[in-house]
Design a protein around this ligand. Sequence first.
Ligand code: BTN
Length: 253
Amino acid sequence: LFGLETERFGRSVHYFDSLESTQKAAYQLAYDGAPEGTLVIAEEQTSGRGRLGRAWHSASGKGIWMSIIVRPDLPPQKAPQFTLITAVAVARAIEEVTEITPEIKWPNDLLIKGKKVVGILTELQAEADKISSLIIGIGMNVNHASDDFPVEVKKIASSLFIEKGEKISRAALIQSFLKNFEKYYSIYISDGFLPIRILWESYATSIGKQIKATTVTGEIVGVAVGISNEGVLKIEDEKGVIHNIYSADIEQF
Ligand code: BTN
């Protein structure tokens, strides 16, 4: 990657014209011992994976479909924090390159005017209560025109091109993301999660608003009051009870 300003991230790049899923490939590379910072990127994914077993639409040449390998020396409970570090780094990259400020929707969606432009998927390999690797997959809709999305996706998704009205350089976005990710990762390691949490909350438009969280055990309606230091979403219901949400689909009113 020409012009890269990082020490570790993106120094080892596995590039493919077409791949089932960069996440699947990176998972195997991580398992086989690939170093921290390894990046797998594909022009097209034929079987892109989303969160909660969903498919991820990954048209050829339109977006950024990539997965990075991170090897922090931390227990597995810290894994969700990396989704939030990644979201902040992607938000900064979008701001730097397009001058548009995206919203972050907990835990891992980046939206512009309420439509999804980025999805993040974090998978974990752990051994003896220690993270051996995190595989962080990022799907970014960059140069899609509205008709490039399947009909069912068109309603809920957008691209940077649609929002900005001009083609956006994918290389510039990747470089900016890697630079910001490396920066926030090292801030996190030296100063803890708090600075990341403050930044994250500055992008999260749902804080202070009424939301509905659909979890495996049921629905919780209340006001999103923030995220904890573990990256858990806190919702206060009408009785004033605080609920910690680890995994859910969020609807904002
Ligand atoms: C979500 O459900 O919002 C997460 C989507 C993550 C998609 C990315 S694209 C690159 C990487 N490879 C995959 O198969 N999925 C992730």
